[in-house]
Write a protein that binds this ligand. Structure first.
Ligand SMILES: *Cc1c(COP(=O)(O)O)cnc(C)c1O
Length: 436
């Protein structure tokens, strides 16, 4: 048995399910109050506000670089979509409100990576621009979109290792600013994502190994070069903060809809998880904004439960240690080992982690399309399995003294709008064949 954080045998059951690749739910027994946890962390509320300010400062420049951002004045944000028929949709009683946070439709990258990935590239561009005398603190950042700035950035190299979506977001933003850009893709990265990048002049290096190997290759290639910046998905605070800004934006969206969220009317959030950066940053941001009124759950493929195996142990663990193969159609989540940085930041903030089978993802993808017309990729469907997995017997509600009808449920759909038609049809066919 690999598990060492014991709970009177409960974790042994979960441990067995993990090893067998069976979907399961791990409630987080170390969940603590935000007042206990947040002050102990190395990131603070002012870091969140500073990240939001940075993105606001970039908005006019982004509107120049990307015509599709004109209508939002350079703000990269996704809609909050009501899911009125929640109960029939989930084939389970789900009282309360339900919404989709539609990051599958985020502009520029078509996935949640448009938050963290783009933020980190912008932070680096600002640093290079300041050091190179292109701007001074407080200047209008449109100065970093000029021909002169592009020529300067061409002397600098941005790299990343990715299963696909992070590479897309970093590659598109870094190349748009004029950086020399290299994306190291793991074996599970989809062909269309590589093509899209190559069409923008990004160098794509294909690796035979998994995500961690692609990251390691990129890190090695770029370390020691003062004119290179490697976006380290396993260990980046900038990525984390970029994701976290979503919490402030989401609060504005709920406020506009006059949806109240407090301890009596809690928010449940279901977040697909790979290495943990995106769901972790968003969880931390939401705890800053809503405190104990928000309950965050991570969703992972049963073949790649990186965060779950980390939660089950007192030290780093890989899904390979459990005899799993890390092979899943949810390519955005095909990660064997969680980010230690993110784990340390959120281990007492998340309410639990659940796993899903690939077949469930395909079924859910089709159900969502039938109910709403939204088209997502398999990874992005993971959160939608949350109610079925967690709320069975409403034990979680009981333990937290929550009345089910007072809750708001939020499903984060994390990618999909850039999936080519023929690829989407294949997803759809597989899911439809599994449905009545
Ligand atoms: C990357 C990704 C996630 C998860 O983000 P991590 O930071 O790796 O945990 C979820 N969904 C999709 C579609 C992604 O591309």
């Amino acid at each position: 048995m690999l598990t060492d954080v014991s709970d009177n045998g409960r974790n042994e059951e979960i441990d067995a399910a993990v090893r067998d690749g069976r979907p399961t739910f791990l409630p987080n027994l170390r969940l603590s109050t935000t007042t206990d946890v947040l002050p102990t962390l190395a990131v603070r509320r002012n870091d969140l506000d500073a990240a939001a300010d940075r993105l606001a400062g970039w908005a006019p420049a982004l509107a120049i670089l990307f015509p599709e951002l004109e209508s939002s004045a350079g703000v990269i944000e996704s809609p909050l979509v009501p899911l009125p028929s929640a109960s029939s949709f989930f084939e389970a009683d789900l009282p309360g409100n339900a919404f989709i946070k539609a990051d599958h439709a985020l502009p520029i990258a078509g996935s949640i990576k448009a938050r963290g990935g783009i933020y980190e590239v912008l932070a680096y561009a600002e640093k290079v621009g300041l050091a190179g005398g292109l701007i001074r603190p407080g200047d209008d950042l449109r100065a970093l979109t000029t021909r002169k700035a592009r020529a300067h950035f061409a002397n600098f190299h941005v790299g990343v290792g990715s299963t696909g979506n992070l590479g897309l977001s970093i590659g598109v933003m870094a190349s748009a600013l004029g950086f020399k850009t290299t994306v190291h893709m793991s074996n599970d990265a989809k062909e269309w994502k590589k093509t899209r990048l190559r069409n923008r002049g990004v160098e794509v290096v294909e690796h035979l190994g998994d995500y961690a190997k692609a990251v390691a290759a990129g890190r090695d290639q770029m370390s020691g070069d003062p004119r290179a910046h490697f976006v380290d998905d396993e260990n980046s605070l900038d990525l984390f903060l970029g994701y976290a800004v979503a919490a402030l934006r989401l609060k504005n969206q709920f406020d506009d809809l006059e949806i109240a969220i407090d301890v009596q009317r809690p928010l449940f959030v279901y977040l697909p998880c790979g290495v943990g950066g995106a769901p972790g940053g968003i969880t931390w941001g939401l705890k800053q904004v809503y405190g104990d009124a928000v309950h965050c759950f991570f969703a992972e493929p049963a073949a790649s439960p990186a965060f779950m195996v980390r939660m089950l142990s007192s030290e780093p663990r890989s899904v390979y240690d459990y005899g799993l193969d890390n092979r899943t159609e949810a390519d955005g989540l095909a990660v064997a080992q969680a980010s230690e940085l993110v784990f340390g930041l959120v281990e007492r903030l998340i309410s639990g982690v659940f796993t899903v089978a690939d077949d469930e993802l395909f079924r859910m993808l089709v159900r969502l399309e039938r109910a709403t017309g939204l088209r997502i990729e398999p990874s992005a469907a993971a959160g939608l399995l949350g109610p079925a997995r967690i709320l069975g017997g409403i034990k979680y509600y009981g333990e937290h003294e929550i009345s089910p009808a007072s809750a708001t449920h939020l499903f984060w759909t994390t990618g999909g709008s850039f999936v080519p038609e023929e690829e989407y049809i294949r997803f759809h066919e597989r899911g439809a064949a599994l449905l009545p």
